[in-house]
Design a protein. Sequence first.
Length: 224
Amino acid sequence: MALEDRVNYIQKWSKQFTQILGVRLRVQGIEPGQYPSQHMLLANHISWLDIFVLDAVTVSRFVAKAELRAWPIIGRLCIGSGTLFIERDRKRDTARVNEAIVAALNEGHCVTVFPEGTTGCGRQLLPFRSSLLQAAIDGKATIQPVYLRYTDAEGKYSDAATYIGDMSIAQSAWRILGTRSLHAEINFLAPFPTENENRRTLTQFVEARICTAHQALNAQSSNA
């Protein structure tokens, strides 16, 4: 399948999947387009649902934990979309994945990385890791921070999509299906080039940008 056809298919299926789950999308900020070339999205991570929410707007190749491959349906979809799987417990695997990301960026792909390395509750951000951001520098990518959050119809925090602890994928899906008016809010922050950057400085800058969006948007919704 040609890349353009594959991108269209992934985006169409992701939109349908979020609709089936009853999730409505709110998109704010500077949208990067359907499949921006040599582009890296760096987003906070709340749920397995994040992948499909983002793909419904901007398609990319995700870096995801290796266990995802074995998940029913979702695992096959991730494999089909070119997901780069990482075994986070193996330090040497980070170098392999960095090389794969650089190769993908140099070929003109769009890649999404979750710098927290795991899902969080959404109320607070977890510390960002710098290990996979070296690929953005080596691949001369345009970086775009993305702040994700899940809310109710009034824009207030919702934990319905949160996927943490011992929750199974089936339990998580049923929880989402049973929630009325769940909104996935995607805030695309301003993109910037990775010129003469240090990966730790880059990580700190992106984390600060996403943290600022987190604080501002949640303060705004709590005062609404």
